[in-house]
Design a protein around this ligand. Structure first.
Ligand code: NAD
Length: 491
């Protein structure tokens, strides 16, 4: 079953099937039937029909359902961890300790946040009127998510939307739809009414495009590449839909000369290899002061050589495969091209048993010039490019020399340097002396070509609600004082 529409698991009606492949060994995890245009229409209609009752439910009612949802997810945590690991090729330690607990925490957070939608106090901002603000759900949200964190991205899209009273039709990436489908099912078991969450599985260019242009969809929320993000904006223009975009990233990792170098080295390894580098906030551009540059490279290369590649089900495995052979080959080609202009340390496709999967060894690309492909474009693999700097001004300039602006980190013990970096680096998040941690209470989202709008946190409600001004006349007069500006009655 590959679609979840109006509370039921059904097959897509195209008849066209796609295998969900475990990228660690090439085996088929499941086969799904892709959605058709009719399925999209059905899902949007279900969401539209469910909207009045769900948006009319009290915050306490929505919160109670989400609280139960979190509890049911907790009971099924291991099932989610296994399925996410298999469909996306993630090491089981990552899904058990990051993807699944992060998702459950997100549900719990939004169960609470649903009861805390805040607004301005009702008041008399004109002597003759009382004004109040209603914060209202927008309607049907059309959402599209990527394959790198299928479960977490589904949670990030669905939870703020439905906590605020919207209904949603979500299209996951067709290569990793399984945990999103299960997530919607468990939500329904917890009491989320039929039609509030719908999942359609199909190709971006067909059902994705149709969802984006559907006239009954009120808002689009998209996580994925900047290129497809532009398509989303174009589609939104057709019916002037509200848009929320979480796009690509190329996070700078700035190491000043006074940094705790050991901490920076460990941070660079973890920050660049998380999810095999298929993370939009991953550390990808290390900008390192020349005085510690070679030590940094030696330290990272040494730890990279100790990283264990292996079967994703083995809790000892550190690094899983890329999500597909096609992605692995793309990474390998970019690294190969970098050999012509930079120093490549490590890397390569492992042989033996791992050759059945789409593994690629951790790769350091030292002396990558700021204008080179490896330093500018998203690689989305276990690759860290490194370049030196001499002055603080140069470090900040290099950090900002990118069309992206999603995340960054600064490594220093000097509080003034840290403050300067957090103020001057243009990105949605700046970590100091760490790189990667996210937390449900804090917003995630980019600037520049990394998109706009926030996931997680109560800031996400700004995306998924509209404020309505309600104004009451206080005078009861037939001719209000302000009417004189339009027509003056004679005394
Ligand atoms: P992608 O843009 O290729 O695909 C994302 C989704 O869009 C998929 O569901 C896909 O089917 C759909 N899609 C593709 N073409 C479409 C079209 N023409 N119309 C409608 N839908 C379409 O991205 P990806 O390769 O799946 O994911 C990797 C990208 O996502 C990277 O660029 C990464 O940085 C980004 N990402 C960003 C964040 C963030 O929070 N900013 C989080 C995760 C991933």
């Amino acid at each position: 079953m590959s679609q979840f529409i109006n509370g039921k698991l059904i097959d897509g009606t195209t008849g066209e099937t796609v295998d969900v492949i475990d990228p660690s060994n090439g085996t088929v995890v499941d086969t799904i039937t892709l959605a058709s245009s009719d399925d999209v229409k059905l899902a949007v209609q279900a969401a539209r029909d469910a909207f009045p009752a769900w948006s009319g439910a009290t915050p306490a009612e929505r919160s109670a359902v989400l609280t139960k949802f979190a509890a049911l997810m907790e009971e099924r945590a291991e099932e989610f961890a296994q399925l996410e690991s298999r469909q996306a090729g993630k090491p089981i330690r990552l899904t058990r300790e990051f993807d699944v607990p992060g998702t459950i925490d997100n549900i719990s957070f939004f169960a609470g946040a649903a009861r805390n939608l805040e607004g301005k106090a009702t008041g008399e901002y004109s002597a003759d009127h009382t004004s109040s603000i209603r914060r209202e759900a927008i309607g049907v949200i059309g959402s599209i998510s990527p394959w790198n964190y299928p479960l977490q991205m589904a949670a990030w899209k669905i939870l703020p939307a439905i906590a605020a009273g919207n209904t949603i039709v979500l299209k996951p990436a067709e290569i990793t739809p399984l945990t999103t489908l299960l997530f919607a099912q468990v939500a329904t078991e917890a009491g989320v009414p039929d039609g509030v969450i719908n999942v359609i599985t199909g190709r971006g260019s067909t059902v994705g495009a149709e969802l984006l242009r559907h006239p009954d969809v009120d808002m689009l929320s998209f996580t994925g590449s900047t290129g497809v993000g532009r398509t989303v904006l174009e589609a939104a223009a057709t019916t002037a839909k509200r848009v929320h975009l979480e796009l690509g990233g190329k996070a700078p990792f700035v190491v000043f000369d006074d940094a705790d170098l050991e901490a920076a080295i460990h941070g660079a390894v973890a920050g660049s290899l998380i999810n095999t580098g298929q993370d939009c906030t991953a550390a990808t551009r290390a900008i390192v002061h020349r005085s510690v540059y070679e030590d940094f490279i030696t330290g990272v290369a040494d730890l990279y050589s100790k990283v264990r590649l292996g079967p994703t089900q083995d809790p000892a495995t550190d690094l899983g495969p890329l999500v597909s052979q096609a992605r692995r080959d793309k990474v390998a080609e970019m690294v190969d091209r970098a050999r012509a202009y930079a120093r490549v340390i490590g890397g390569g496709i492992p042989e033996g048993e791992l050759a059945n999967g789409s593994f690629f060894r951790p790769t350091l690309v030292a002396d990558a010039t700021p204008d080179s492909e490896i330093f500018r474009d998203e690689v989305f693999g276990p690759v860290l490019a490194v370049t030196p700097f001499d002055t603080d001004d140069e470090a900040i300039e290099l950090a900002n020399d990118t069309p992206y602006g999603l995340a960054a980190s600064a490594w220093t013990k000097d509080v003034y340097r840290a403050l300067r970096a957090t103020r001057e680096i243009r990105s949605g998040c700046v970590w100091v002396n760490d790189h990667i941690p996210i937390i449900s209470e804090m917003p995630h989202g980019g600037v520049k070509q990394s998109g706009f709008g926030k996931d997680m946190s109560t800031y996400s409600f700004d995306e998924y609600t509209v404020v309505k001004h309600v104004m009451f006349d206080l005078t009861g007069e037939k001719a209000k004082a302000w009417h004189r500006t339009i027509f003056a009655l004679e005394d």
